[in-house]
Every structure is written in C-alpha cells, then in structure tokens.
Design a protein around this ligand. Structure first.
Ligand SMILES: [Zn+2]
Length: 165
C-alpha cells in the first residue's frame, strides 16, 4: 500500500491509500476518487513537501563551472582572421546590415564617381529620380548634405558591378 497526499479543486487536503501508483491513476480516471469534505471528483496529488537535509554537514552545493573557450587555430580554418576575433552577435549584425545593403542596392544604379553630380541633378529636377549609389568624397558628400540633397553613407563599401564578377 502507498499513501498519497491529495487535494481537491477547492484546496481540501486528504490522504488516499492505494495498492500502487497505477491504482491512483486508474481510480482517478474512472472518477472513483472524491474529496471527503466536498465530494468533488477533481482531485490530484498534492505537491510533495520539499526535502530537507537531515545531516548538519551536508555537501556544499555544486557550482556549475563555465569553461573558458579554448583558443584554437583550427577552430575555423576557412574563416578570415578578422571573423574569428569578432563576437558572434557582431557577425550576425554585420551580416544583417550587409544583407540590407545588398537589398537596397539591388534596384539601385551604380554611377561611380558621377554620384555627386547625379544626386544634385535629381535634387534640382534636372534628371529623373531613381535610386543610385556610387562614390563621393567626404567633401562632396558634405556639400550635398549642405544643399539638402538626401544622401547617406553606405555601411559597407560598394563595388562597381563590373568588379563583382
Ligand atoms: Zn474538497
């Protein structure tokens, strides 16, 4: 025989005696168990009382040790050196940024060194508007911004299309 601490849906606690643990499940599923106080059949095993160490000199609690990462040159033989020193989250952020740039540039026209001129022409309505990207010196970029031409630096250097192949 085993005894279980049981409680009903209303919080009444009582003991139930069973031939085995399976008997409890069996009687419960058949609705044979009922709270002696309120008669509800919705009863379940009460949570066990927390075990309290009896002996005074209990073993000290084990502290999980975090092992230091082992530096190895063989960890990523194909990765460029810079990638190995970059934390994973930085790599992920960079990859996302690169992906966003590639997406943005997909429909954009590479104009190379003509960027400042064409941006200005679009701004003043001398040319049809369209997404372009190219190269501009810091001075040119500053002049464009001063004139109110909407330009923005790319997070990554963009290569001319002919250099991509
Ligand atoms: Zn009850």
């Amino acid at each position: 025989m085993i005894v279980f601490d049981l409680h009903c849906e209303h919080g009444h606690r009582f003991e139930g005696w069973f031939g085995s643990s399976g008997d409890f499940e069996d009687q419960l599923s058949r609705g044979l168990l009922a709270c002696p106080e309120c008669g509800t059949a919705k009863v379940s095993k009460a949570p066990m009382a927390p075990a309290v160490p009896v002996k005074g000199n209990a073993a000290p609690t084990a502290v999980p040790r975090v092992s230091a990462p082992v530096a190895s040159d063989e960890a990523a033989p194909d990765a460029p050196l810079a990638n190995r020193e970059m934390p994973a989250e930085v790599q992920r952020a960079m990859a996302k940024l690169a992906e966003a740039q590639a997406k943005a540039l997909k429909d954009s026209t590479w104009v190379g060194g003509d960027f400042a001129k064409q941006s200005r022409e679009m701004h003043y309505g001398e040319r049809d508007e369209g997404p372009i990207h190219g190269q501009a010196s810091l001075k040119e970029a500053k002049e464009l911004l001063d004139e109110g031409v909407p330009v923005a630096p790319l997070p990554f250097p963009a290569a001319p299309p002919e250099k991509l192949n």
